[in-house]
Design a protein around this ligand. Structure first.
Ligand SMILES: [Zn+2]
Ligand SMILES: [Zn+2]
Length: 363
């Protein structure tokens, strides 16, 4: 199964012509999952190879405008482009408490009638995810009617033993969230692909005399078969090594993690996407604003033994490499060096808008 990640926006605070506001798409076999949806995400999508209509799930890390102000517009456009075709499956949206009301109000105030259904699953943060003075309790709005196209979503609480939030667990993936510290509560997401059975070993099947046909399918699905001669063939006799699942972790804005959920869920991630808003020389300022520097991001990646670190969410002052003038002191290249110095020179990638990274199947 092919899997790749496309960066649609890699800038902090607001979208600019050189860096869009936060948005990342994870594509698996044509299905797109969008992580954050800053203002302008829909035009970035149009400029990319991806199709907005393929988005089936949306994950919002936190409720700062540069991470979700693009959502109402994107939903409207997907609806317009859907014509009269109503997709059977609702779009699943995951994000912090407050997101459901935001979507409902924007749809209602703008008299928008989406053609598709959607469902919002809200994560309840804990008080230690932001400075005490910033914590807001969102009073649940008393709704006389539920919005027309909204289906009942779940309210997801922290599993205090695991230190994480279980978003869903299906045949192919387990997706969990973990807590981050920021100016307002923020989350990271861990997408874990499940282990799949290995391929059938054609030579062994032949040697053992398994006739081609339904028996192959059963063995592939982990069911033993009995041959005409009475011999039982177990799946492990004829299957090659199982295919290990891939792990992609995407963190929202943060100056650190809360609890050990992040380290556990990002352990040995194939791809770890972490913010680095400012360079190391401005670490105090970065922390004050709830952000990270390359050194902070790389220290977390090292702790998790992540296989590949990608930095994103750069202050708009850091122009993409191609535009950064040589000799510029606050050039983007400096951020790469700062992160790599922590990771013993393991290569670190700096995200740019429209960069695509594929995550190959593990051998
Ligand atoms: Zn941000
Ligand atoms: Zn933020």
């Amino acid at each position: 199964m092919s899997m790749d990640v496309t960066f649609l926006g890699t800038g902090a605070a607001y979208p600019s012509p050189t860096r869009g506001a936060s948005a990342v798409v994870l594509r698996c076999e044509g299905e797109c999952w969008l992580f954050d949806c800053g203002e302008g995400t829909q035009t970035q999508l149009m400029k990319s190879q991806l199709k907005a209509g393929r988005i089936t799930k949306i994950f919002i890390t936190h409720l700062h405008g540069d991470h979700f102000f693009g959502l109402p517009g994107l939903l409207c456009t997907i609806s317009l482009q859907s014509g009269s075709v109503v997709s059977k499956q609702p779009i699943e949206i995951y994000g912090p408490v407050g997101l459901r009301d935001f979507i409902w109000r924007t749809m209602e105030l703008s008299h928008t009638e989406l053609v598709f259904h959607y469902v919002v699953h809200e994560l309840v943060p804990t008080a230690d995810q932001c400075p005490a003075e910033e914590l807001k309790e969102f009073a649940h709005v008393n709704r006389a009617d539920s919005p027309p196209k909204e289906e009942q979503g779940r309210t997801i609480l922290l599993d205090s033993e695991e230190n994480s939030y279980l978003l869903f667990d299906d045949e192919q993936f387990v997706v969990k969230a973990f807590r981050l510290f920021h100016r307002i509560p923020s989350f990271g997401f861990s997408v874990m692909e499940k282990k799949r059975p290995g391929k059938l070993n054609a030579q062994k099947l032949k040697d053992l005399g398994v006739p081609p046909g339904p028996a192959y399918g059963k063995l592939k699905n982990g069911i033993s078969v009995v041959l005409e001669n009475g011999v039982t063939i177990s799946p492990q006799d004829v299957l090659k090594k199982p295919i290990v699942g891939r792990k992609i972790c995407i963190l929202g804005d943060c100056s650190g993690v809360v609890g050990d959920g992040g380290v556990k869920l990002c352990f040995e991630a194939d791809l770890l996407i972490h913010e680095a808003t400012l360079d190391d020389a401005q670490m105090d300022k970065a922390k004050e604003h709830g952000h990270s520097t390359p050194q902070m991001a790389a220290t977390f990646a090292k702790l998790c033994r992540a296989k590949r670190l990608v930095l994103t969410h750069f202050s708009q002052r850091y122009k993409p490499v191609a535009l950064a003038r040589e000799g510029e002191t606050d050039g983007i290249a400096e951020l790469k060096k700062q992160a790599e110095s922590v990771l013993d020179l393991q290569e670190v990638t700096l995200a740019e808008d429209f960069m695509v990274i594929s995550i190959p199947i593990k051998k």
